[in-house]
Design a protein around this ligand. Structure first.
Ligand code: SF4
Length: 403
């Protein structure tokens, strides 16, 4: 998958309320994108903390009906044609061909779309057949994000991924034959027991498939996952930090040499092929969220739909939400830094100065930036503040101070 960890609103309220309860505030919403969450998976990978579960196909039909009803209700918040759609999960391509077609065509009808809108769907290589590729292409999908994660059979087993390395090339061939040219490959490095040579081979195999976008994430031991429990019980060992750093550095140099622009900490694209939907997140844009556990952001509110399929199915058409967060000024400033500085080109000086001129923590933030510049972790490049090449590796701690 192509994970973007959105800032999550704190939970707390025991009873879910429909998002429409916040309509007076949401009247000012100006979303330009939509995220759809499909929670079904073939198998639950032990490192995954997304809301997804093993599909028994008994609720796919109800899911599509309910999602389209939600899209029609949420259309009231959309005042201009949307520029991007991202259908993630979960494994959206696990929907049957007929249901996937109904979902995508229903979204086309329910919401206004700009000409040339980017439509991305996440796919698991094993679920891409010729007919599925045709459904995606004929429904207007312009971009597919392929969850490859690794080309090493042993590491795929470590990750509990149930696909053959060869199916990535097969799936990409089918998608290209159907007319979908924009393809992303997701890879995970720093998998327990992995070596630098294996990671070099993963990158080489991915590059041989000529994707126009690559997402490379270091494995995260997310709290609450079986993998984290195994780590804490001593059943699995974290990769050495220096080796993980070497893998990242190798990624930076290899992908630069292959002509990919490193535009976000974990994302690389051929010129002009950046993921427009994810840029919306990083550039503090507004989007609506459809489906269980989907997170949205508009009119200064961040919300997360209820993350229980049956509860979401039983409610509607507005999504039931349990957490809605209206960030105060300091929260908004912290988030603007957190998201904006993930982009390798950084933030314009004007924006940085405007953010540092507000809020109650301006002096602390200024000091954190000055210290990072003094250490060589941040730099001014022209009129933009950004992380230096070595600073990207330790950016998390600086971003925490800016939050
Ligand atoms: S396929 Fe993706 S969403 Fe599904 S369990 Fe695995 S990592 Fe999570």
């Amino acid at each position: 998958m192509e994970p973007v960890h959105l800032p999550q609103a704190p939970g707390g309220q025991a009873t879910a309320r429909p998002l429409s309860a916040w309509l007076p505030r949401l009247a000012a919403a100006r979303p330009t994108g939509a995220y759809v969450h499909v929670p079904f998976c073939f198998h639950k990978c032990h490192y995954c903390d997304f809301y997804s579960f093993v599909d028994t196909k008994d609720r796919q039909e109800a899911f599509v009906d309910r999602l389209l009803a939600e899209a029609r209700a949420m259309a009231g918040l959309v005042h201009e044609p949307l520029q991007t759609l991202f259908v993630g999960g979960g494994t959206p391509t696990l929907l049957t061909d007929e249901r996937l077609a109904r979902l995508l065509r229903g979204l086309r009808d329910a919401l206004p779309w700009a000409d040339g809108a980017e439509w991305t769907v996440e796919a698991n290589p094993e679920t891409v057949t010729a007919s599925k590729a045709d459904v995606l292409a004929s429904s207007g999908v312009t971009r597919v994000s392929m969850g490859a994660q690794s080309f090493q059979p042993a590491l795929l087993r470590q990750l509990e991924r149930h696909h053959e390395p060869a199916s990535v090339a097969r799936a990409m061939g089918l998608l290209r034959a159907a007319g979908i040219a924009r393809l992303n490959i997701d890879l995970i490095f720093a998998v327990p027991t992995s070596t630098l040579e294996q990671w070099q081979d993963d990158l080489a195999q991915a590059l041989a498939l000529a994707p126009d976008h690559l997402s490379c994430y270091g494995l995260v031991y997310e709290p609450g996952t079986p993998l984290r429990a195994r780590l804490e019980a001593g059943g699995v060992e974290r990769l050495d930090e220096d080796l993980e750093a070497s893998m990242y550095e190798h990624t930076v140099t290899t992908l630069a040499a292959a002509g990919y622009h490193h535009y976000e900490i974990s994302n690389w694209a051929r010129p002009g092929q950046e993921c427009r939907h994810n840029l919306l997140y990083w550039e503090d844009g507004e989007w609506i969220a459809l489906g269980p556990s989907a997170s949205g952001h508009a009119a200064g509110l961040r919300w997360k739909n209820v993350a229980v399929l049956q509860e979401w199915l039983d409610d509607g058409p507005w999504p039931p939400v349990r957490s809605v967060e209206a960030l105060d000024e300091d929260g908004r400033i912290g988030e603007a830094f957190l998201m904006g500085l993930r982009l390798l080109d950084g933030m314009r000086s004007e924006r940085v100065q405007a953010l540092l001129g507000r809020g109650t923590r301006a002096a602390q933030r200024q000091a954190a930036i000055d210290a990072a510049i003094a250490r060589g972790d941040m730099e001014w490049s022209g009129d933009r503040l950004r992380f230096s090449e070595r600073g990207v590796l330790t950016s998390d701690s600086v971003l925490r101070e800016l939050l």
